[in-house]
Ligand binder design. Sequence first.
Ligand code: CDP
Ligand code: CDP
Length: 222
Amino acid sequence: PESIPVITIDGPTASGKGTLAAAVAARLGWHQLDSGMLYRATALAAMRQGVDAGDEAALARVASSLQLRFDGERVLLEGADVATELRFEAVGAMASKIAALPAVRSALNALQLSFRKLPGLVADGRDMGTVIFPAAPLKVFLTASPAQRAERRHKQLISKGISASIADLWADLEARDARDKNRSVAPLKPAEDALLLDNSGLTIDQSVDRVLAWWAERNPFG
Ligand code: CDP
Ligand code: CDP
């Protein structure tokens, strides 16, 4: 698996990581890992089972026994589609709380590594370039202004029929970013060799072209 190429895309909430990763994976014909979904699914499963947000051992058990399957737009948790619930901000907030717990993170390691399959993988999250795939030949750190991120997340939720106020979302995003940056395990930060991309003024296509151009320059496999 070490020889299978990986492009990592890390960055704060609603910076556009998932959208960019999906588009780059589609253009290259590669697999995709949305690692945030694994934390969100663990959070949702724990909420459903009534597991306490402070019970690290129980949360790690939930993470290591996750019955999760991706099928196009659908995300199946124990066979039922939970794609909509996973996007709720309450689930994102719980995800960022449990993601600070080392036992939960290590319980999800093997599952994340298993997504690395031929012909390649585009993985997005917070620690794809720093912890999970530290030898990836291309690491991108994606940012956008807080105002744009709150507005994008708002539009995205509305389009899924989930109501939310921009002011509340902004506050939620800042709280989550602060927690993700300040935790002691796998904090959100660019890898030393990451390329920074601020997509505030860019269209999705322009960001995709930027990453594909970087990949063309760096592709160690020719
Ligand atoms: O994965 P992450 O939370 O970083 O963000 P996302 O879910 O990919 O993007 C959040 C929303 O911003 C989506 O609805 C994207 O379509 C939108 N977006 C945008 O409008 N312009 C961009 N350049 C990138 C993303
Ligand atoms: O879509 P958005 O960027 O809002 O969040 P996400 O990528 O779905 O991730 C939800 C939460 O999971 C984040 O706030 C992080 O705390 C956590 N996470 C993480 O710790 N490490 C990852 N590789 C991915 C997500």
